[in-house]
Ligand binder design. Sequence first.
Ligand code: F6P
Length: 279
Amino acid sequence: MRDIFDAIQRSAKRIKEAIDVKDIGYSQSENSSGETQLQLDIKCDMIIEEEFSSVLSVNTIASEEKEDAMKFRDDAPYYIAYDPLDGSSLIDVNLSVGSIFGIYKGGFDAKNMVASCYVVYGPRVEMVFAENKVKLYLLQAGDFEFVKEIHLGEKGKLNAPGGTQQNWQPYHKEMVDSFFKEGYRLRYSGGMVPDLHQILLKGGGLFSYPGTSDKPDGKLRKLFEVFPFAFIYQKAGGDAIDGANDLLTLKCAHVHDTSPCFFGSKYEISRVKDVYAGK
Ligand code: F6P
Protein backbone atom coordinates (compact mmCIF):
# COMPACT_ATOMS: atom_id res chain seq x y z
CA MET A 1 0.00 0.00 0.00
CA ARG A 2 2.93 2.33 0.68
CA ASP A 3 3.90 2.25 -3.02
CA ILE A 4 0.34 3.26 -3.99
CA PHE A 5 0.30 6.04 -1.40
CA ASP A 6 3.59 7.34 -2.83
CA ALA A 7 2.31 7.15 -6.43
CA ILE A 8 -0.78 9.17 -5.44
CA GLN A 9 1.45 11.80 -3.85
CA ARG A 10 3.62 12.05 -6.97
CA SER A 11 0.51 12.29 -9.16
CA ALA A 12 -0.98 15.01 -6.98
CA LYS A 13 2.15 17.16 -7.18
CA ARG A 14 2.24 16.81 -10.98
CA ILE A 15 -1.49 17.55 -11.28
CA LYS A 16 -1.10 20.66 -9.15
CA GLU A 17 1.61 21.85 -11.57
CA ALA A 18 -0.59 21.02 -14.57
CA ILE A 19 -3.47 23.03 -13.07
CA ASP A 20 -1.17 25.97 -12.49
CA VAL A 21 0.51 26.09 -15.87
CA LYS A 22 -1.43 24.29 -18.56
CA ASP A 23 -4.11 25.81 -20.76
CA ILE A 24 -7.61 24.58 -20.07
CA GLY A 25 -9.12 24.38 -23.55
CA TYR A 26 -11.73 21.76 -24.42
CA SER A 27 -10.67 18.68 -26.39
CA GLN A 28 -12.87 17.27 -29.15
CA SER A 29 -13.78 14.21 -27.13
CA GLU A 30 -16.36 13.26 -24.54
CA ASN A 31 -15.79 10.92 -21.60
CA SER A 32 -17.97 7.87 -20.88
CA SER A 33 -20.43 10.03 -18.95
CA GLY A 34 -20.94 12.30 -21.97
CA GLU A 35 -19.03 15.25 -20.52
CA THR A 36 -16.72 17.19 -22.84
CA GLN A 37 -13.19 16.49 -21.71
CA LEU A 38 -10.82 19.31 -20.92
CA GLN A 39 -7.25 18.99 -22.16
CA LEU A 40 -6.47 19.11 -18.48
CA ASP A 41 -8.70 16.09 -17.66
CA ILE A 42 -6.77 14.08 -20.25
CA LYS A 43 -3.42 15.34 -19.01
CA CYS A 44 -4.27 14.43 -15.38
CA ASP A 45 -5.52 11.01 -16.45
CA MET A 46 -2.20 10.38 -18.24
CA ILE A 47 -0.21 11.48 -15.20
CA ILE A 48 -1.99 9.02 -12.92
CA GLU A 49 -1.84 6.18 -15.47
CA GLU A 50 1.89 6.77 -15.85
CA GLU A 51 2.52 6.78 -12.09
CA PHE A 52 0.50 3.61 -11.43
CA SER A 53 1.93 1.75 -14.41
CA SER A 54 5.25 1.45 -12.60
CA VAL A 55 3.78 0.30 -9.26
CA LEU A 56 4.26 -3.45 -9.08
CA SER A 57 1.33 -4.06 -6.70
CA VAL A 58 -1.20 -2.56 -9.17
CA ASN A 59 -3.06 -5.08 -11.30
CA THR A 60 -5.65 -2.91 -13.10
CA ILE A 61 -6.74 0.72 -13.24
CA ALA A 62 -10.09 2.21 -14.22
CA SER A 63 -10.43 5.91 -14.85
CA GLU A 64 -13.43 8.16 -15.13
CA GLU A 65 -11.80 9.42 -18.34
CA LYS A 66 -11.36 5.96 -19.93
CA GLU A 67 -14.10 3.82 -21.40
CA ASP A 68 -12.65 0.54 -20.11
CA ALA A 69 -10.42 -0.68 -17.32
CA MET A 70 -6.73 -1.11 -18.21
CA LYS A 71 -4.74 -4.12 -16.99
CA PHE A 72 -1.06 -3.73 -16.14
CA ARG A 73 -0.17 -7.14 -14.74
CA ASP A 74 -1.96 -10.35 -13.73
CA ASP A 75 -0.26 -11.32 -10.52
CA ALA A 76 -0.68 -8.07 -8.53
CA PRO A 77 -3.32 -7.55 -5.82
CA TYR A 78 -4.66 -4.03 -6.24
CA TYR A 79 -7.30 -2.55 -8.55
CA ILE A 80 -7.47 1.23 -8.55
CA ALA A 81 -10.41 3.31 -9.77
CA TYR A 82 -9.83 7.04 -10.00
CA ASP A 83 -11.35 10.29 -11.12
CA PRO A 84 -8.27 12.31 -12.15
CA LEU A 85 -9.87 15.77 -11.92
CA ASP A 86 -13.34 15.77 -10.43
CA GLY A 87 -15.28 19.01 -10.92
CA SER A 88 -12.87 20.15 -13.63
CA SER A 89 -15.46 22.52 -15.12
CA LEU A 90 -14.93 24.64 -11.97
CA ILE A 91 -11.32 25.37 -12.94
CA ASP A 92 -12.22 28.26 -15.24
CA VAL A 93 -14.02 30.00 -12.36
CA ASN A 94 -11.12 29.20 -10.04
CA LEU A 95 -12.99 27.04 -7.53
CA SER A 96 -11.46 23.99 -5.87
CA VAL A 97 -11.29 20.65 -7.66
CA GLY A 98 -9.99 17.22 -6.68
CA SER A 99 -8.70 13.76 -7.56
CA ILE A 100 -10.40 10.68 -6.07
CA PHE A 101 -8.95 7.16 -5.72
CA GLY A 102 -10.64 3.92 -4.68
CA ILE A 103 -8.26 1.06 -3.89
CA TYR A 104 -9.72 -2.44 -4.22
CA LYS A 105 -8.08 -5.80 -3.53
CA GLY A 106 -8.82 -8.58 -6.01
CA GLY A 107 -11.37 -6.76 -8.18
CA PHE A 108 -13.65 -3.75 -8.52
CA ASP A 109 -16.33 -4.56 -5.97
CA ALA A 110 -17.30 -2.32 -3.04
CA LYS A 111 -16.75 -5.15 -0.58
CA ASN A 112 -13.13 -5.38 -1.81
CA MET A 113 -12.31 -1.77 -0.98
CA VAL A 114 -9.28 -1.61 1.31
CA ALA A 115 -8.38 2.06 1.19
CA SER A 116 -9.44 5.27 -0.45
CA CYS A 117 -8.05 8.71 -0.93
CA TYR A 118 -8.76 12.12 -2.35
CA VAL A 119 -6.72 15.23 -3.03
CA VAL A 120 -8.20 18.75 -2.95
CA TYR A 121 -6.54 21.41 -5.11
CA GLY A 122 -7.69 24.63 -3.49
CA PRO A 123 -5.85 27.57 -2.03
CA ARG A 124 -3.81 24.73 -0.48
CA VAL A 125 -3.30 21.17 -1.66
CA GLU A 126 -4.58 18.65 0.90
CA MET A 127 -4.84 14.89 0.79
CA VAL A 128 -7.10 12.62 2.82
CA PHE A 129 -6.11 8.96 2.95
CA ALA A 130 -8.29 6.35 4.66
CA GLU A 131 -7.28 2.83 5.53
CA ASN A 132 -8.16 1.96 9.13
CA LYS A 133 -8.03 5.61 10.12
CA VAL A 134 -8.75 8.75 8.12
CA LYS A 135 -5.71 11.00 7.93
CA LEU A 136 -5.27 14.53 6.59
CA TYR A 137 -2.04 15.64 4.89
CA LEU A 138 -1.01 19.08 3.65
CA LEU A 139 1.38 19.77 0.76
CA GLN A 140 4.06 22.07 2.12
CA ALA A 141 7.34 22.97 0.44
CA GLY A 142 7.02 20.04 -1.97
CA ASP A 143 6.06 17.31 0.54
CA PHE A 144 2.86 15.98 2.03
CA GLU A 145 3.02 16.44 5.83
CA PHE A 146 0.65 14.62 8.20
CA VAL A 147 -1.71 17.09 9.88
CA LYS A 148 -4.26 15.11 11.90
CA GLU A 149 -6.79 12.31 12.04
CA ILE A 150 -10.32 13.17 10.95
CA HIS A 151 -13.40 12.22 12.99
CA LEU A 152 -16.98 13.19 12.22
CA GLY A 153 -19.29 14.38 14.99
CA GLU A 154 -22.69 12.72 15.64
CA LYS A 155 -24.45 15.69 14.08
CA GLY A 156 -23.27 18.58 11.94
CA LYS A 157 -24.48 21.96 10.70
CA LEU A 158 -23.91 21.94 6.94
CA ASN A 159 -26.24 20.90 4.14
CA ALA A 160 -24.94 20.30 0.60
CA PRO A 161 -27.88 19.32 -1.63
CA GLY A 162 -26.82 18.20 -5.13
CA GLY A 163 -28.80 17.91 -8.36
CA THR A 164 -31.35 20.15 -10.04
CA GLN A 165 -34.16 21.04 -7.62
CA GLN A 166 -36.72 20.98 -10.42
CA ASN A 167 -36.03 17.25 -10.79
CA TRP A 168 -36.03 16.32 -7.11
CA GLN A 169 -38.80 14.12 -5.73
CA PRO A 170 -41.19 16.07 -3.46
CA TYR A 171 -40.16 14.05 -0.36
CA HIS A 172 -36.51 14.81 -1.08
CA LYS A 173 -37.22 18.54 -1.31
CA GLU A 174 -39.17 18.40 1.96
CA MET A 175 -36.26 16.66 3.63
CA VAL A 176 -33.69 19.18 2.37
CA ASP A 177 -35.95 22.05 3.54
CA SER A 178 -36.43 20.42 6.93
CA PHE A 179 -32.67 20.48 7.54
CA PHE A 180 -32.62 24.20 6.71
CA LYS A 181 -35.55 24.76 9.09
CA GLU A 182 -33.48 23.03 11.76
CA GLY A 183 -30.72 25.60 11.28
CA TYR A 184 -28.42 23.86 8.80
CA ARG A 185 -26.45 26.18 6.53
CA LEU A 186 -26.15 25.78 2.75
CA ARG A 187 -22.66 24.89 1.53
CA TYR A 188 -22.48 23.76 -2.09
CA SER A 189 -19.79 24.61 -4.63
CA GLY A 190 -20.69 21.93 -7.21
CA GLY A 191 -17.39 20.12 -6.66
CA MET A 192 -17.88 16.82 -4.87
CA VAL A 193 -14.38 16.80 -3.42
CA PRO A 194 -14.36 20.26 -1.78
CA ASP A 195 -18.03 19.92 -0.75
CA LEU A 196 -17.45 16.61 1.05
CA HIS A 197 -14.10 17.81 2.38
CA GLN A 198 -15.76 20.80 4.00
CA ILE A 199 -18.35 18.65 5.77
CA LEU A 200 -15.65 16.24 6.98
CA LEU A 201 -13.43 18.97 8.36
CA LYS A 202 -16.23 21.02 9.89
CA GLY A 203 -17.36 17.98 11.90
CA GLY A 204 -20.44 16.87 9.99
CA GLY A 205 -23.56 17.59 7.99
CA LEU A 206 -25.17 16.11 4.90
CA PHE A 207 -24.12 15.86 1.26
CA SER A 208 -26.83 14.43 -0.97
CA TYR A 209 -27.01 13.57 -4.64
CA PRO A 210 -30.37 11.82 -5.01
CA GLY A 211 -32.02 9.94 -7.82
CA THR A 212 -33.96 12.56 -9.79
CA SER A 213 -36.75 12.45 -12.38
CA ASP A 214 -34.18 12.85 -15.18
CA LYS A 215 -31.49 10.66 -13.55
CA PRO A 216 -33.15 7.96 -11.39
CA ASP A 217 -29.75 6.43 -10.60
CA GLY A 218 -28.18 9.76 -9.70
CA LYS A 219 -25.16 11.30 -11.35
CA LEU A 220 -22.18 10.30 -9.28
CA ARG A 221 -20.19 7.26 -10.30
CA LYS A 222 -19.89 4.31 -7.94
CA LEU A 223 -16.29 3.24 -8.52
CA PHE A 224 -14.65 6.66 -8.79
CA GLU A 225 -16.77 8.89 -6.55
CA VAL A 226 -19.40 7.12 -4.47
CA PHE A 227 -17.54 4.10 -3.03
CA PRO A 228 -14.31 6.00 -2.17
CA PHE A 229 -16.19 8.69 -0.24
CA ALA A 230 -18.47 6.10 1.41
CA PHE A 231 -15.35 4.35 2.72
CA ILE A 232 -13.87 7.60 4.02
CA TYR A 233 -17.10 8.76 5.71
CA GLN A 234 -17.66 5.40 7.38
CA LYS A 235 -14.07 5.18 8.63
CA ALA A 236 -14.39 8.73 9.99
CA GLY A 237 -17.41 7.68 12.09
CA GLY A 238 -20.18 8.81 9.74
CA ASP A 239 -22.44 6.97 7.36
CA ALA A 240 -23.06 6.67 3.62
CA ILE A 241 -26.22 5.24 2.04
CA ASP A 242 -28.15 5.22 -1.24
CA GLY A 243 -31.35 6.18 0.62
CA ALA A 244 -31.82 2.73 2.17
CA ASN A 245 -28.65 0.65 1.87
CA ASP A 246 -25.07 1.05 2.97
CA LEU A 247 -23.33 2.24 -0.23
CA LEU A 248 -20.52 -0.26 0.27
CA THR A 249 -22.96 -3.18 -0.11
CA LEU A 250 -23.98 -2.14 -3.64
CA LYS A 251 -22.93 -4.11 -6.69
CA CYS A 252 -21.30 -2.41 -9.65
CA ALA A 253 -22.09 -4.07 -12.99
CA HIS A 254 -20.23 -1.59 -15.21
CA VAL A 255 -17.23 0.63 -14.65
CA HIS A 256 -19.27 3.82 -15.12
CA ASP A 257 -22.40 2.89 -13.09
CA THR A 258 -23.90 5.62 -10.90
CA SER A 259 -25.91 5.61 -7.68
CA PRO A 260 -27.96 8.04 -5.61
CA CYS A 261 -25.83 8.84 -2.58
CA PHE A 262 -25.98 10.47 0.85
CA PHE A 263 -22.91 11.05 3.00
CA GLY A 264 -22.97 12.55 6.48
CA SER A 265 -22.79 12.17 10.18
CA LYS A 266 -24.93 9.53 11.90
CA TYR A 267 -27.78 11.89 12.77
CA GLU A 268 -28.39 13.24 9.26
CA ILE A 269 -28.11 9.83 7.62
CA SER A 270 -30.64 8.29 10.01
CA ARG A 271 -33.03 11.14 9.08
CA VAL A 272 -32.49 10.39 5.38
CA LYS A 273 -33.22 6.69 6.00
CA ASP A 274 -36.48 7.52 7.78
CA VAL A 275 -37.64 9.87 5.03
CA TYR A 276 -36.73 7.46 2.22
CA ALA A 277 -38.31 4.48 4.05
CA GLY A 278 -41.61 6.34 4.27
CA LYS A 279 -41.66 7.82 0.76
O1 F6P B 1 -19.32 14.43 -11.05
C1 F6P B 1 -18.97 15.72 -11.31
C2 F6P B 1 -19.53 16.75 -10.34
O2 F6P B 1 -18.96 17.96 -10.75
C3 F6P B 1 -19.25 16.51 -8.86
O3 F6P B 1 -17.97 16.90 -8.49
C4 F6P B 1 -20.33 17.33 -8.21
O4 F6P B 1 -20.67 16.93 -6.89
C5 F6P B 1 -21.49 17.18 -9.15
O5 F6P B 1 -20.95 16.86 -10.42
C6 F6P B 1 -22.33 18.42 -9.21
O6 F6P B 1 -23.46 18.17 -9.96
P1 F6P B 1 -24.71 19.20 -9.98
O7 F6P B 1 -24.19 20.43 -10.64
O8 F6P B 1 -25.72 18.48 -10.80
O9 F6P B 1 -25.18 19.43 -8.56
